[in-house]
Design a protein. Structure first.
Length: 135
């Protein structure tokens, strides 16, 4: 029997999460992205970009496809998001994917609907193999 110790690649997560262009702190989506890549690809996340082998970039923002035409109807808001993986210090792109648009609604505020859409995106990442058949 031979045991071989492997070293997991180190990944720096560069996340930009916004709700209508304004920075939005979503610990849930960060947790789900890290969990997905750790379990699927056995990577180790680092807080130091200079020590990483790869840079995983997550971009999320929300938008309104159609203006609410009736105040009795909810605001319907969608996410627009993408993930890319680049080699650090080489700037060579390994992959880029657009995640599906996720929608959510709120009767009172557009911002609340945007927050719900971002949370629904985190739930989508948690429950789906986001890279399957995308690369």
């Amino acid at each position: 029997e031979t045991n071989v110790k492997t070293i997991n690649p180190k990944v720096f997560l560069d996340a930009s999460i916004k709700n209508f262009g304004k920075i939005f702190n979503s610990k849930e989506i960060i947790k789900e992205i890290k969990s997905y890549f750790s379990h699927e690809f056995f990577v180790e996340f680092t807080t130091y970009k200079a020590q990483s082998d790869f840079i995983l970039t997550l971009n999320v923002d929300t938008f309104e496809r159609k203006i609410r035409s009736n105040p009795n109807l909810p605001y319907i808001i969608y996410t627009r998001s993408s993930i890319s993986l680049n080699m650090n210090n080489v700037n060579e792109k390994i992959f880029y994917i657009d995640l599906p648009e996720i929608k959510a609604g709120d009767y009172d505020k557009k911002n609340n609907a945007g927050k719900k859409a971002i949370n629904a995106l985190a739930n989508y990442i948690k429950n789906n193999k986001i890279l399957e058949a995308k690369i």
